[in-house]
Design a protein. Structure first.
Length: 130
């Protein structure tokens, strides 16, 4: 439960600031998917250390975790992009609302992937992931 609370705290702060930036940048005419792409990669880069150390207290191999982290965030990006494409480009919903919902969907997906696949808890005495 502590991990979820820490992840949520970090997520609320970073996603709120990211969303304000998203709205500001798209206001000046930059496309929603382009804006999301740039902000997504900036946020991903910044959050690796915080998620690894503070949220999940991961002690495993940094390089291996980094590769899994990149894969997790790449699939999260594809999920976010797909949501924007379907609901904005195909169905015509306002991008600001779609992106707000997408943030929550991708955050829930990423928490599960980070907890169980990227930064799994390994019991030191027997090497079992738990």
């Amino acid at each position: 439960m502590g991990q979820l609370l820490r992840y949520g705290l970090v997520g609320v702060i970073t996603n709120f600031l990211g969303y304000i930036l998203y709205l500001s940048i798209t206001f000046f005419g930059v496309g929603p998917k382009t804006t999301m792409t740039v902000l997504y990669f900036i946020g991903t880069s910044i959050s690796f250390v915080g998620n690894r150390k503070w949220v999940f207290s991961h002690q495993g191999n940094v390089f291996d975790a980094g590769l899994r982290y990149v894969a997790a965030y790449a699939t999260g990006y594809l999920l976010n992009y797909s949501i924007l494409f379907v609901f904005v480009d195909l169905y015509g919903y306002p991008h600001a609302y779609v992106q707000a919902v997408s943030i929550a969907v991708v955050a829930a997906y990423l928490f599960a992937v980070l907890k169980f696949l990227v930064f799994p808890h390994v019991r030191a005495h027997d090497g079992i992931v738990g």
